[in-house]
Design a protein around this ligand. Sequence first.
Ligand code: MG
Length: 269
Amino acid sequence: MKKVLFICFAILATSCQGQNTNSEAKKEVKTNVVVHEEYSGVEPTKPEATEFYEPVVPKVNPKNDKGVPSDAIVLFNGSNLDNWISAKDSTEAKWHLNEDGSMTVKDKFGDIQTKQNFGDVQLHIEWRSPAEVQRDGQNRANSGVFLSGIYEVQVLDNNDNATYVNGQVASIYKQHTPLAMASVASGEWNIYDIVYHAPEFNAEGLKIKSGTLTVMHNGILVQDHVEIKGTTPYIGWPKNPAHGKGPLRLQDHGDNSRVSYRNIWVREL
Ligand code: MG
C-alpha cells in the first residue's frame, strides 16, 4: 500500500512540475516580445501617442483617364510611339502602330525602349500573343519587358507550349520561375503589373543592394518580391554592371513573334 501511494505521489508531482514549466514558458513568450528598434523608451499608454497626421498622404485618382492613375506617366496609349526609340541606335521606334490602340513588334527591327529613364517604378503593361499560334517552346510569341533595360520579365505564349520553367511566361528570365502560369488564351490580352526596385551600387561600382521584382500576371501574384541576381542573359551567368536610372525596353525576339502591347504606364516610386 505504501508503495502504491508513493507511486501516485510521484506521478502527481511530475505532472504538476510539467504544468509549472508550461506556464513559465507562456509567461516567457508573453514578456519576451521583441519591439522594433524604431520604438524605444517608455511605452506610451495613450492611443494618441501612436497616431500621426503628417506627412499627408498624396491623393491619387486610380481611374483618372481611361483607367490610368492620375500620377502615372503614360508611355503608350495607342496614338503614337513618340515616347519610344530604337534600343539599337536611338532612331525612331518603327514598330507597327495598330488601329485598335496597340502596337506590334516589327520583325527584325529590334528592341524598342523609352526615351525616359526610370529607377524604381510600378509598371502597368498589357500584351497579347497572336491567336494563330506559330512554332513551339521559346519561339512561340516570345518578347519581354526589361526593367532598367537589362532585367527581363518574360513574355511568351505558354498555352499548351512547354519550355524550361525558369524561362516560361512571367519568369524573371533564367532566375525565377513564376509561382503560377496565369495566361489567358492565345490572342487575348494579358496584364502585367510590376513593382521594380532597382539595385544600388557604391561609388566603386559594386552592388550593395540587390534589386527586386514583384509581378502580378492578370491579377495573380507570380513573382513575390524576388531578388534580381543580375542581368538575364540567354547564355551565361547574370552580371551586375553598375547603373543608375535606365529605360524600359521591349523585346523583338527576332523570329516574327507578332506580340502586341497596349496601355503602358508607370508610376515612379
Ligand atoms: Mg523574351
